[in-house]
Structure formats: structure tokens, C-alpha cells
Write a protein that binds this ligand. Structure first.
Ligand SMILES: *Cc1c(COP(=O)(O)O)cnc(C)c1O
Length: 362
């Protein structure tokens, strides 16, 4: 099947033909060929690509989009007597606070400007101002703008304080190397349709095993109970509670093989960096400016400022779509921007073709 267009968006993203092809068979949600042959190896692979030891870390897959997993994680880890500190600098960070509102959690939201980084200094000050914090959550790659928060600095600040560290690495896991163990990340959340290059339908949580065990009985939602889901997967050798997105999981299995064939996370990261470099250099040569300075920018997605006050994004979008490229509108309040993603089954040659299309339509 030929592609309708290339998705230069942060998920769903362009997948390989072989990943899409893997969805052409039906699988029984409780049969062992599926649970033991696909789900269980995937759970092992998720830890393996992250360089984690199965004795100390575990993983659980959960139906829904990435937000379901962020909500499930916050909802099952932060108890009524706990205190959650959320360090946000974009829409996905703020979404964590929305979740905390729904669950009526005791939380503090530190909301920075959308072009400011969540640094160690920000974390240190917030902890000083808010004694009694038990959990800290933040976003790694803030897809709202494309900035990459220095989680290493925050990790350093909370080291040894017994604070549970929750990281939304939705758009960075598998596209940017993350030393989960070294940084002391207790819960890392990501989803099928981001840097592992699968299709949308479920997310996953990589967790410190003792922290996962400690969530037993905490969840206030049946379908989002990560402990119950984890326990069923453990005891049932890859069994999901409730219908699992079988085709999506099978496609993810194929995507995982392709990640390994590419050379793992480091190799994928190098490709994304090259895509990003090619894009930014090319766009600047065409007269566009990036929203962020290069030192804050990650390689996942880039925000560009409108080139002029009368720039018609809808027209630009439609013309590019007509040439086979789908880009993304901006998502921030204080500047007119649009975004272009570098992740997915996208190569520097695709970016060069996009740049040529932009040169023609603008
Ligand atoms: C994609 C994404 C999510 C999840 O969004 P969904 O629409 O639920 O898939 C969460 N956080 C970040 C940083 C993301 O990029």
C-alpha cells in the first residue's frame, strides 16, 4: 500500500510499510501465541533496549493513548496523603496538573514559560518552597515546542531524597538515550506511536519493580489500574485484562525488531539528529527562524516562527499536504508558530524533499 502522505508530526507518525503490513493478521487476545509469542517478548525488549535489568525493573502495557498511561501512573502512585510536584513548561506538563485535579491530589504546579527549561535550579527552588514533596513529575521532550528538558539535572537534585520520580518520556523514549537507572527514574511513560515507530493504540510504563509493587490497591480507576494490569501480565504470561489492541501490538512487535535492526536507541537517535539538522539548516537557508535557541532544542520536533505577520498557515499546510507532506500547527500562546517533526520512518532524504516542497510553496 502506498503512503497517502508523510507525517511530519509527533505521533501518530509515518511508519514503515513492514510495520503497517504486520497488522494484516488477526490475533486472539488470550491465545498463548499472542501473549507468550508477542506480548512477553515485547515486555522483555522494552527493558533490554533501555539497558535495564529484569531483577529491578518491569514494564506494563496499557490500552489507550499516551495520556492514559500518564494518568494511570499518576493515579496509581500518588496517594491522598502524598504530595506531588509538577514541573511544567508546556501543554503536556500542564496536562499532568489536569490529571491531578481530576484525582483531587495534593499537588503543586510550577508552570514556566514555554521556552524556559525545567532545570535543576528550578527543581531545587520548588522543593525548597514546598516541603513534604513525595513525588515529582515532569516531561522530558516537551512536544509543545520541541525543547528537551535536562532531566539529568533534576535527577541530581532529588537524588537520595526518597522522592518518586515520574517522567513523561512519551516523545523521547527510544529516540533519545535515557539512563533510566542512572537517573533514578521510578516511572517512565511512553507510547507505541512515538519513537519506537509503531501505530497508536496503547502506551507503556517502565517502572522500578519495587515502586510498581507498591502501587497495589492505590488506583482509583479500574481500567487504569497499572498494578492490576501488571499482575495479570505477569501471572498470565503476557495476558492483558480486557481486550488488547492485538493488531497494534503485533505492529509494535515488528517496529521493535526494526529498532533493533537499525542498531538500537543510539542509532535511531543519530538518524533523528541528522533529520533535525538537515531540517533546521534548510529552513534557516529559506529564511525561517526557530522558536527556540539551539541549546534548548531537542531533535524530536522543531517549532518555527511564522515568517511574516500575514503568513497564512492553513494555505501553507494545504499546499504542502498536496505535495505529500503533513506538518503540524503550533501549540503555544505567545508566538505564532508551526511545527515539523523529525521522528518516524523519516530519513534525511525525506527532509530534503520537504525542504524543496517548502521552497516551492512559500
Ligand atoms: C504524545 C505525547 C503525549 C500523549 O499524548 P496522547 O495524545 O495521549 O497520545 C504525552 N506527552 C507528550 C510529551 C507527548 O508528546
Amino acid at each position: 500500500m502506498e503512503r497517502n502522505y508523510l507525517l511530519l508530526t509527533p505521533g501518530p507518525l509515518s511508519t514503515s510499510e513492514s510495520v503497517r503490513h504486520a497488522m494484516l493478521q488477526d490475533w486472539c487476545t488470550w491465545d498463548k501465541d499472542y501473549n507468550e509469542g508477542i506480548v512477553t517478548p515485547l515486555r522483555h525488549d522494552l527493558l533490554a533496549i533501555a539497558g535495564l535489568d529484569e531483577a529491578d525493573y518491569t514494564t506494563v502495557l496499557l490500552q489507550g493513548s499516551g495520556t492514559y498511561c500518564v494518568e494511570a501512573t499518576i493515579g496509581a502512585t500518588v496517594r491522598p496523603e502524598d504530595k506531588l510536584l509538577i514541573l511544567a513548561n508546556g501543554a503536556y506538563g500542564k496536562r499532568m496538573a489536569q490529571i491531578a485535579d481530576y484525582y483531587k491530589l495534593n499537588y503543586v504546579l510550577v508552570s514556566l514559560g514555554e521556552t524556559e527549561l525545567v532545570t535543576g535550579e528550578v527543581a531545587r527552588k520548588a522543593l525548597e518552597a514546598n516541603p513534604g514533596v513525595t513525588h515529582l513529575s515532569m516531561v522530558h521532550s516537551e512536544t509543545t515546542t520541541g525543547l528537551l528538558n535536562p532531566i539529568e539535572e533534576v535527577a541530581e537534585v532529588i537524588r537520595g531524597r526518597g522522592i518518586t520520580f515520574i517522567v513523561d518520556a512519551m516523545s523521547s523514549f527510544a529516540g533519545v538515550p535515557i539512563d533510566i537507572k542512572g537517573l533514578g527514574i521510578d516511572f517512565l511513560v511512553s507510547s507505541a506511536n512515538k519513537c519506537i515507530q509503531g501505530v497508536p493504540g496503547f502506551g507503556f510504563i517502565i517502572a522500578k519493580k519495587d515502586k510498581m509493587l507498591a502501587t497495589k490497591g492505590n488506583a482509583r480507576s479500574l481500567s487504569l489500574d497499572i498494578y492490576a494490569q501488571w499482575e495479570t501480565m505477569e501471572k498470565g504470561h503476557g495476558k492483558w485484562r480486557f481486550t488488547s489492541p492485538t493488531h497494534v501490538v503485533r505492529a509494535f512487535y515488528q517496529a521493535m525488531q526494526e529498532l533493533k535492526e537499525e542498531g538500537g536507541i543510539e542509532a535511531r537517535h543519530r538518524r533523528y539528529v541528522e533529520n533535525h539538522r538537515t531540517l533546521v539548516d534548510g529552513m534557516r537557508a529559506l529564511g525561517f527562524q526557530t522558536l527556540l535557541s539551539d541549546d534548548k532544542q531537542g531533535c524530536i520536533i522543531t517549532s518555527f516562527l511564522y515568517p511574516s505577520a500575514d503568513f497564512d498557515f492553513a494555505d501553507f499546510y494545504n499546499k504542502l499536504k498536496g505535495k505529500g507532506f503533513v506538518i503540524y500547527p503550533g501549540k503555544i500562546s505567545d508566538a505564532d508558530t508551526f511545527r515539523i517533526g523529525n521522528i518516524g520512518d523519516i530519513y534525511p532524504s525525506d527532509i530534503k524533499a520537504l525542504l524543496e516542497a517548502i521552497r516551492e510553496v512559500r
